[in-house]
Design a protein around this ligand. Structure first.
Ligand code: FES
Length: 435
């Protein structure tokens, strides 16, 4: 029979048993489980591995191996003389893990893997939710009964089952394994068949919260828990400062806003490191006349310009003859892996999700100005054109990855007048990886 637990009921508070007590081979941290928040989740994650004596030495040597690779790129050398990061940044498995920890588990991240619903539009009603994954982090984002946007690690506190799947509407999250049930505020509402359990405090077994914020139509997560539980997820100052820096007004003026109609999503899995796709995006249109002849005919490439900001770079180019591209195209790259493309009546976003040292998924979401949302033939033709560009890029990225894995290649050079956004990206990475 299920034991019903109210959120205010405390059975017993105490320190959790140490792992050495439980398994007899691994030191553990004497931390009250009530302090288990995302704030210390990252620290505990590394402590868990690092504190295992069997892994301690190899963990340290992997760390120093990765730090050595980081310093093989020198961000102080001016672009005219600089070497690009070594190929190991794009091929080394331990570097990939290091990067997840330093780059993706810190700061604000647009989220979206496996999500048909990523935008605030789709979590606009209470009880709407979506799930996703970033590195090894499984997450669920929902709007709770009071309308507050919430995000949690999507992992049951009983035996770690993934709790929710996909997206939709729920009044609570019921674990598919043994039925533990959590409210949309993350509180544990029901733990089944726990009669006789001791040292169990229900308040300490809610879902682990993740900081979440909303900017325009986008939902962002920050895995470093820093915010007080009552912060305002729609606090644009916070996101503008930390995510967009001084570019938020530029983007709004450039037509990146919530007035556009969401159309749909396309996903591409590419056999390349996530940075290969980003580099390709950030070469200042260098590859366009060679690899995208169809697209090049709709752009005035001589007008191409790039400006870099704190964590954002914006490339822009005058349009040419096509209705799809219109009079101007704006390509904003938001470090580390999110791109917003605004051209003609269109906006598309590209989220580059790392899936492994040599695999990533690129998620395209398409928006259009509302007056065209029913113009099927225009939309269809535009998407055919867009798909052609994606296929051309996939072939390029696949080829670059194979080249990076060749013993013939270590580092390359930048074309200084066009590839400054790419150089900026590598400098930001270096800075992040040194932290
Ligand atoms: S793992 Fe979720 S209830 Fe057992």
């Amino acid at each position: 029979m299920a034991a019903m637990i109210g959120s205010g009921q405390t059975i017993k508070t105490g320190l959790q048993p140490t792992l050495s007590h439980q398994r007899g081979h691994c030191r553990f941290y004497q931390t009250p489980i009530s302090t288990l928040t995302t704030e210390n989740w990252r620290r505990r994650r590394s402590i868990t591995v690092a504190s295992c004596s069997l892994h301690h030495n190899s963990e340290n040597s992997l760390k120093s191996h990765c730090e050595k690779l980081v310093h093989e790129f020198d961000p102080e050398v001016p672009i005219e003389k600089a070497l690009t990061p070594p190929s190991s940044w794009y091929t080394d498995a331990s570097f990939y893990d290091f990067e997840l920890d330093r780059v993706f588990y810190r700061g604000w991240q647009a989220v979206g893997q496996f999500l048909p619903l990523r935008y605030t539009e789709q979590i606009k009603e209470p009880r709407d939710f979506f799930t996703g994954r970033l590195g090894t982090v499984e997450f669920v984002v929902c709007r709770d009964e009071k309308g507050k946007v919430q995000a949690f690690h999507n992992v049951c506190r009983h035996h770690a089952s993934i709790l929710a799947s996909g997206s939709g509407q729920k009044t609570c999250f019921v674990c598919p394994y043994h039925g533990w049930t959590y409210g949309l505020d993350g509180a544990l509402r029901k733990a089944t068949r726990i009669t006789g359990i001791q040292n169990f405090n229900v308040n300490e077994f809610g879902l682990i919260a993740i900081d979440v914020a909303v900017w325009g139509p986008f939902v962002l997560l920050n895995l470093e828990r820093k915010m007080s539980p009552d912060y305002d997820v729609g606090d644009n100052d916070l996101v503008e400062n930390e995510w967009l820096g001084s570019t938020s007004e530029l983007l709004k003026c450039g037509g990146v806003d919530t007035s556009l109609s969401y159309l749909f999503r396309r996903e591409y899995t590419i056999d390349c490191n996530w940075k290969v796709f980003c580099d390709n995006y950030l070469d200042g249109g260098y590859h366009v006349p060679y690899a995208h002849k169809g697209l090049a005919s709709g752009l005035e490439l001589d007008s191409y310009s790039t400006t870099t900001y704190e964590k954002v770079s914006i490339q822009s180019c005058a349009g040419g003859s096509t209705e799809r591209v219109g009079s101007k195209a704006l390509y904003a790259f938001i470090y580390p892996n999110f791109m917003i493309n605004r051209y003609g009546p269109w906006m598309d976003t590209n989220l580059v999700v790392p899936l492994g040292p040599r695999k990533c998924q690129v998620i395209f979401d398409y928006f259009i100005e509302p007056h065209l949302k029913d113009d099927k033939s225009f939309i269809e033709q535009s998407l055919i054109d867009s798909e052609k560009v994606q296929m051309e890029d996939i072939i390029l990225c696949d080829g670059v990855q194979r080249g990076l894995e060749s013993p013939a290649y270590c580092s390359g050079r930048y074309a200084p007048t066009v590839e400054n956004a790419m150089y900026h990206f590598h400098q930001l990475l270096h800075s992040n990886l040194c932290m």
